[in-house]
Design a protein around this ligand. Structure first.
Ligand SMILES: Cc1cc2nc3c(=O)[nH]c(=O)nc-3n(C[C@H](O)[C@H](O)[C@H](O)COP(=O)(O)OP(=O)(O)OC[C@H]3O[C@@H](n4cnc5c(N)ncnc54)[C@H](O)[C@@H]3O)c2cc1C
Ligand SMILES: *[C@@H]1O[C@H](CO)[C@@H](O)[C@H](O)[C@H]1NC(C)=O
Ligand SMILES: *[C@@H]1O[C@H](CO)[C@@H](O)[C@H](O)[C@H]1NC(C)=O
Ligand SMILES: *[C@@H]1O[C@H](CO)[C@@H](O)[C@H](O)[C@H]1NC(C)=O
Ligand SMILES: *[C@@H]1O[C@H](CO)[C@@H](O)[C@H](O)[C@H]1NC(C)=O
Ligand SMILES: *[C@@H]1O[C@H](CO)[C@@H](O)[C@H](O)[C@H]1NC(C)=O
Ligand SMILES: *[C@@H]1O[C@H](CO)[C@@H](O)[C@H](O)[C@H]1NC(C)=O
Length: 624
């Protein structure tokens, strides 16, 4: 089904014009140019950094951005919201990773998609736009000792990043969002769903019928997400918004002479270029298009910014001798800085699409099995960017917690950031989906994907070999703790309660597929372990800790501990996995990082005082 859609879509629509200033071979990079900054990875964060650091000023900085994958403009499907599910796994935009066997999933290994294209995972993701619970940003501030990561400090970034735009079908959105909470003129267009579905009104009705457990929340991005409501997507004019479309393309179309972008090229190593007072300086990068080379090298004069993502960043650090000294020695890699936490602390969320059969006359199920319908919809999208394909398949989202008196709390502490932060999620869609079973050839369906948001399990990224072109060993440790399986089981039972509301009578025909007949606890646990996969949200493999801490990988200003010249800006630095969908958090992180980088190379006081009324955290107030 996925490959059928992918190939149909790949040939449907005219591509945007290619961008001229893009280099596709390392030999094309001007040899006489000195780069102030080299950015590794043109993904979600990397494009924000490259665009911000190359902004026109009286003293413009030269920036080189190196991305392993191709241009997003090579793929028409990347622009069409509804077909997001066809962009991975195993496509030319994906790294095609597979996890190691997962004990929590009855020893299954799973596909592990990561974007390998300009825009990175923001070019292939499912578009949901979240900006957080206030409690978890405050926890980031408290565990890093940097008030700049607190909710009150990041709010201005949210407003400056967002551009709230009408949905693709231009329906009246009053009561579906609180517009005043959102930005209106930032680079990232965000909008509500742009096509009605037959379950919309019924889901809203459940928030009345079962309001105690499933209250309506008018705006899940207010800082208090709990409840059921309408999600925002990174979609503008019926078209995907990624960091490539929102940041890089405008910078490239402006023909900035100080921004060079090299694609189809993998950075294979970070190189020590010197040291002062025993502290190594890392300003060099090595890169190549294949394992057989040729290998090229360039130095930055000011900083190297590593934005290769939660998998790529620790992999590259370790390949370069930055990681656990003993483990690297076993692979023959010489240590530059002994940082045992590199690649550790991987936090990942688990998803299970629970499917019900419904009595509807048409659902998006039909698109996957009717080529005539698909072609009609593609034609509509290509001419007007409207219709079913102009919106993601996700209709509503709910955020919830297990009860405070749950028995699991006798053996595990609450891993979430606080009582207003969700521990699990419902994603609603009017379509069949499964990670493990093929789609049915008839019938209509809806699903509630139950997603575990705050795992206590911790996984890792490790090197398989010293060859940079070998995939690393990815262990997301899904459902690998008593808390995780307990909470996932409770989430599935909550989804069953949601679907037992009176409004579904005569519309819902029953649990479907592998979910059929699954009702009691032991069955639910087996079903969960047999069918679960990732929500695609790995984080924390280069996590921030306070300056001077003996643990962690990055400092609160995102510099890497124990060296000069290198910063990490991507999802790997979050101390805890965000409790909501992380792309919005990554844009926030990257916008603040760009300011931190610029400020570090200016006179500090001229640009930054202590904002009035804000505390500067001292070591004593840091809660560890
Ligand atoms: C299938 C899928 C669905 C998702 N759905 C959602 C969603 O609906 N909402 C949401 O908020 N989040 C979603 N996410 C997660 C979200 O997209 C990511 O958390 C976020 O984009 C990560 O940003 P990043 O900058 O850390 O990494 P990425 O965006 O992945 O960027 C890393 C970049 O570095 C490049 N790179 C890696 N190694 C090297 C190297 N050695 N040399 C050169 N380049 C390199 C990669 O090719 C990539 O372009 C989804 C993710 C996936 C994969
Ligand atoms: C991933 O798989 C697709 C489909 O087989 C292939 O076209 C692509 O080149 C692969 N990408 C990588 C990085 O191996
Ligand atoms: C969306 O459409 C509006 C109106 O035509 C236009 O002004 C805006 O630039 C478009 N946005 C993008 C990202 O193309
Ligand atoms: C990078 O800097 C190092 C140390 O100064 C130097 O030895 C090396 O030749 C430089 N590399 C390039 C490609 O300029
Ligand atoms: C489906 O709904 C229609 C009316 O909308 C009804 O006539 C029919 O009996 C229903 N089918 C089932 C199997 O419940
Ligand atoms: C497929 O879609 C077309 C166009 O919407 C429709 O006319 C046709 O009846 C559909 N075919 C089937 C078998 O449902
Ligand atoms: C938790 O409290 C609720 C409501 O007070 C009660 O119905 C339920 O049985 C309690 N559960 C446990 C596990 O004690």
């Amino acid at each position: 089904m996925r490959s059928y859609l992918f190939s149909a879509v790949a040939t449907c629509c005219a591509l945007h014009t290619a961008i001229a200033a893009l280099y596709t071979d390392p030999s094309e990079i001007p040899t006489d140019r000195e780069y102030d900054y080299i950015v590794v990875g043109g993904g979600t964060a990397g494009n924000v950094i490259a665009a911000r650091l190359s902004e026109p000023t009286s003293d413009p900085k030269n920036v080189l951005l190196i991305e392993a994958g191709p241009s997003n403009l090579d793929f028409a499907a990347a622009a069409i919201p509804f077909v997001c599910v066809t962009l991975s796994p195993k496509t030319p935009m994906d790294w095609n990773y597979t996890s190691v066997a997962q004990p929590g999933l009855n020893s299954r290994a799973i596909h592990y998609p990561r974007g390998r294209v300009l825009g990175g995972s923001s070019s292939i993701n499912y578009l949901i736009w979240n900006t957080g619970s206030s409690e978890e940003w405050n926890r980031y501030a408290s565990v890093t000792g940097d008030h700049g990561w607190s909710w009150s400090s990041v709010l201005p970034y949210i407003k400056s990043i967002e551009k709230l735009v009408p949905p693709a079908d231009r329906h009246d959105t009053s009561g579906q969002i609180t517009p005043g909470l959102h930005g209106t003129s930032g680079p990232v267009g965000v909008s509500l769903q742009g096509y009605p579905s037959s379950i919309d009104s019924k889901i809203m009705k459940v928030t009345e019928e079962l309001s105690a457990e499933f209250p309506y929340n008018e705006d899940m991005n207010s800082g208090s997400p709990i409840g059921v409501g309408w999600p925002l997507s990174s979609v503008e004019n019926g078209t995907r918004v990624s960091s490539a479309t929102a940041y890089l393309e405008p910078a490239l179309s402006a023909s900035r002479p100080n921004l060079d972008v090299l694609i189809n090229t993998q950075v294979t190593k970070l190189i020590q270029t010197g040291s002062s007072q025993g502290v190594p300086t890392i300003l060099g990068v090595e890169f190549a298009q294949s394992a057989s080379g040729p290998f090229y090298r360039r130095n930055a004069t000011t900083e190297v910014i590593l934005s290769a993502g939660t998998v790529g960043t620790p992999q590259l650090l370790m390949l370069s001798g930055i990681g656990d000294k003993k483990a690297l020695a076993e692979l023959g890699i010489e240590s530059i800085v002994d940082l045992p936490d590199v690649g550790q602390n991987l936090q990942e969320q688990t998803a299970i699409p629970n499917v019900w059969s419904i009595n509807a006359t048409s659902t998006p199920d039909d698109i996957a099995r009717n080529a005539t319908l698909l072609n009609e919809l593609l034609g509509e999208w290509a001419t007007t960017q409207t219709g079913q394909l102009a919106t993601s398949p996700i209709t509503q989202i709910g955020w919830s917690r297990i009860p405070d008196n749950s028995s699991i709390y006798s053996e595990a502490a609450d891993p979430s950031a606080g009582p207003n932060t969700p521990q699990y999620e419902f994603i609603f869609a009017e379509v069949y989906n499964s990670f493990v079973a093929p789609g049915p050839t008839s019938g209509h369906h809806m699903l509630i994907s139950t997603n575990l948001l705050s795992p206590t399990s911790r996984g890792s990224i490790a090197l398989a070999s010293a060859d940079p072109f070998d995939a690393p060993l990815i262990d997301p440790a899904l459902l690998n703790s008593a808390f995780d399986i307990f909470t996932m089981t409770e989430a599935i039972k909550a989804a069953q309660r949601f679907m037992s509301a009176p409004v579904w009578d005569g519309f819902v025909l029953g649990q479907y597929g592998l979910f059929e007949g699954v009702t009691w606890d032991a069955e639910i646990e087996k079903y969960a372990r047999d069918t679960a996969s990732t929500v695609f949200h790995p984080t924390s493999t280069a996590y921030m800790s306070p300056f001077g801490a003996s643990y962690g990988v990055t400092n609160p200003d995102l510099t890497v501990k124990g060296m000069r010249g290198l910063r990490v800006v991507d999802a790997s630095v979050f101390p805890y996995v965000p409790s909501m969908h992380p792309q919005g958090y990554v844009y926030i992180l990257a916008e603040r990082a760009a300011e931190l980088i610029k400020a570090d190379h200016l006179v500090w006081e001229a640009d930054y005082g202590t904002p009035a009324g804000q505390d500067i955290f001292t070591k004593d107030s840091v809660c560890l």
